[in-house]
Write a protein that binds this ligand. Sequence first.
Ligand code: DAH
Length: 343
Amino acid sequence: MEIEKIKAAALKELAEAAGSKAIIEVRNKYLSKKGPFAALYHELGKLPIEEKGPFGKAVNDARNEVSLALEAKLKEAEANEERERLLGERIDVTLPGTSLYEGHTNPFYLILDEIVDIFVSMGYDVVEGEDVETVPYNFSLLNIPEEHPSRDPSDTFYLPGEGVLRTQTSAAQGHEMQRREGKGAIKLISPGKCYRRDEDDLTHSHQFGQVEGLVVDKGVSLAELKGTLEIFVKKMFGEKREIRFRSSYFPFTEPSVEVDVSCASCHGKGCSMCKGTGWIEILGAGEVHPNVLRMNGYDPSIYSGFAFGVGIDRVAILRYGIDDIRRIYTNDKRFLSAFKEEK
Ligand code: DAH
């Protein structure tokens, strides 16, 4: 019988159809308006009246059977395909991720923060100066004579016009004394970057950091300066580190000293870091020269003071045993990552 043949053919093709696409093709072929079941309905009209009912029912039953089987198989196939798609998209959370470079504080600023903390704990104020200074503040008001070699353009970066790249944080002295109009005590530090036309090598750099210290009051003595610097050096480098004071000369202090700390690398024996001397100079200091007080509005017969200038990079080299001062500003990530703070 025609109906049975069509049904059998449809079910056979359905059984062979793999995947939702093939199943839909079977559906289009057999169940659409142009398919064989639709054609059978057209034949209904030609049949004698008494055969119409049984024939129509037989076509319906066959078509329903095919349709039910087809929809069931299609549903299953679609579910399988969806599962496979999701499996294919699965993310392996155990795979290593792309690591991001995490920034952290440069050793220069780690040391600077420590220096600042030590002086703040001794009651010092912190004043930030400017990288661009003028010749009077950088030189003249510090009693540095016109013919002094440090003023030479081969030593100092002059800018077009009046400006000069600060060669020393001592430039803060004039600003701070003048700001107070010659009255009242001063106790401050002024940290910042300084610049000089230096040939860069292991221990010299055209850019470096200093922390200037200035104390002015009635009756300030050199003994206080010595005591202060000893406290600073011991806090910074540890009680065991040796310190020596050498008498020295600076135009803005009288008397002047330089302070050395025993070399961290060779512990005083002499190496390339300390140029064979066993000592590394970290600061200059002295009693504020009366001319500096006077030029900046303080009466030296009433006031006295002391000043010091600490090299930040030098301190960093000593504390961390850095073998080349240039590493501090060249930003090599391999070097810097050694200074990652513990979280
Ligand atoms: N300004 C000096 C320098 O750059 C360092 C210094 C020495 C600063 C003695 C001072 C001082 O305040 O008293 O070499």
